[in-house]
Design a protein around this ligand. Structure first.
Ligand code: AHR
Length: 505
């Protein structure tokens, strides 16, 4: 939680951090990833058989090592829009017998050379947990149940035996499953209404939990501010009941929302992720409202938000069917830093957040046949994932604010947009961490930082100007490390992200 007092631009900003005032636990799953059969994410991204940089599984080792550095706890797969026509059975068994299919989300051809078993193996190599999304377009409930049985079945049953026949004895124990993806969108094969979706989601959830009550089921929401979100939550967050067994389990465990932000103007671009903060607040209220109206007992765990697609993306600039390869600028890196500040500030409500996506497609990490490139947006993600864990702690910022146009337009009347965007955390290692994103293009801010004790490690992400990128053969944006003695004021440089940490316990 960070509170804000607006000052005049000529007043000295003050940031007060309270490392002992723990607000809420940060779920490590806010650093989750996403790999979709789209563009060069899977083929040529994580899977590149025959490339000298790949291992015996065909997995790019440089990509694996880079993602290990991000310590990603969960990765969502196989889409995205791709899910709406994906039949998982096409992607298991001997590769030479797998069918090639026309792919309708991004209008390519899917060879199915990479499927469920390859993804599970890749997760093991990266040291992460799988999160799978069901086909709510052309798929059936039978097919979904069969997929869960294939992944998690332990008995002498058909699909569990098929997994064994395909070389995997032990179940994969996949916990996270999404009940469809963006099924409200006109681009979606089998787009549906909120009424039809809510009915189907609840019926699927019932059957899926009968098969495996340990599943975490994720409802398909919109952007958190839509009547779709209100309606589906109202219909689906119901008291746990058990028509066929003695133990009642809740049917829905999380609510998914998606948002991509962008603007070709720096300040609207950098401040746009604050729309996600308001969306999280609204969704959180809708969750409470549904539970109140449906008389859900407090003993039933309150669903959290699964922000399973977030990032900076302009789909006109980087079109989906052309692979959505964004060339990120420093401005985008500051936007990503504010996105992550939002997830830290809202840690009470956010149970998972998946950056869309993990490799090549609107990604901080790019591959070439010869190696990898870390985009500008890699560096805030890396610093947050490394240090912003443990507890969100209370902070207060007093400073001036940007008062111009926002993207989306509604943000201007819903949130304030301070020059210094702040979040703070307290790690299990006894270190307090403070992130300050100075979005101002021309001004550094000499700032009083209260609550600091002793010597401070400082990590700064910045570059020559807000339009520089790492995609033109030179790493223009990376991390500079320094120290501060914690005394007097500290100048947060123009257009920068700063992470400070100090021993607080
Ligand atoms: O992440 C790219 C695409 O954006 C996903 O496939 C879809 O869910 C969203 O519209």
């Amino acid at each position: 939680m960070t509170s804000f007092t607006k000052l005049a631009d000529n007043e000295t900003p003050v940031i007060a951090v309270h490392p002992t005032r723990r607000v809420s636990k940060i779920n490590p799953n806010i650093y989750a990833g996403f790999t979709e059969h789209m563009g060069r994410c899977i083929y040529g991204g994580i899977y590149d058989p025959g490339n000298p940089l790949s291992d015996e599984n065909g997995f790019r080792k440089d990509v694996v090592n880079a993602l290990k550095d991000l310590n990603i706890p969960v990765v969502r797969y196989p889409g995205g829009n791709f899910c709406a026509t994906y039949h998982w059975l096409d992607g298991v068994g001997p590769k030479d017998q797998r069918p090639s299919r026309p792919e309708l989300a991004w209008l390519g051809t899917e060879t199915n050379h990479f499927g469920t078993d390859e993804f599970m193996k890749w997760c093991e190599v990266v040291g992460t947990e799988p999160y799978l999304c069901f086909n709510f377009g052309t798929g059936t409930l039978d097919e979904a149940l069969a997929w869960v049985e294939y992944c998690n079945g332990t008995g002498n049953t058909y699909y569990a035996n098929l997994r064994r026949k395909n070389g995997r004895q032990e179940p994969y124990n996949v916990k996270y499953w999404a009940l469809g993806n963006e099924v409200w969108g006109p681009w979606q094969v089998e787009q549906t209404t909120k009424e039809a979706y809510a009915h189907k989601a609840l019926q699927w959830a019932k059957a899926l939990k009968l098969l495996d009550p340990s599943l975490v089921l994720i409802l398909c929401g919109q952007d958190g501010t839509a009547s779709w979100d209100y309606y589906t939550l109202k219909q689906c967050l119901v008291p746990a009941h058990s028509p066929l067994s003695t133990s009642a389990v809740p049917l829905i465990d999380m609510h998914s929302i998606h948002l991509y932000t962008s603007s070709d103007q720096h300040l609207p671009n950098a401040t746009a992720p604050l729309a996600a903060e308001r969306a999280i607040e609204i969704t959180s209220s809708l969750i409470d409202l549904a539970r109140i109206e449906n008389k859900v007992p407090p003993s039933q765990p309150r669903p959290t938000i699964c922000f399973d697609e977030w990032n900076v993306w302009d789909p006109i600039r980087a079109e989906g069917s052309l692979g959505a390869e964004e060339s990120y600028t420093l401005s985008d890196a500051l936007a990503v830093a504010i996105w992550l500040n939002v997830f830290i500030r809202k840690s009470r409500d956010v149970g998972m957040a998946c950056i869309a996506q993990s490799v090549n497609v609107i990604s901080p990490l790019m591959t070439t046949p010869e190696g990898i490139i870390k985009q500008t947006t890699w560096w805030p993600l890396y610093l947050f994932s490394r240090f912003m864990r443990g507890w969100t702690v209370s902070a207060h910022v007093s400073c001036g604010a940007y008062e111009g146009e926002t993207a989306p337009v509604w943000l201007r009347s819903a949130m304030e947009t301070p020059w210094l965007d702040v979040s703070a955390s307290m790690g299990e290692d006894g270190y307090a961490n403070l992130v300050v994103v100075n979005i101002h293009e021309e001004r550094g801010f000499e700032t009083k930082v209260e609550g600091v004790t002793g010597s401070v490690e400082v990590y700064t992400v910045t570059g020559e100007g807000v339009q520089v990128t790492n995609m033109k053969g030179k790493e223009e944006v990376s991390i500079q490390e320094s120290k501060w003695n914690g005394e007097g004021t500290y100048e947060f440089p123009k257009h920068s992200m700063t992470l400070m940490r100090w021993k607080a316990e």
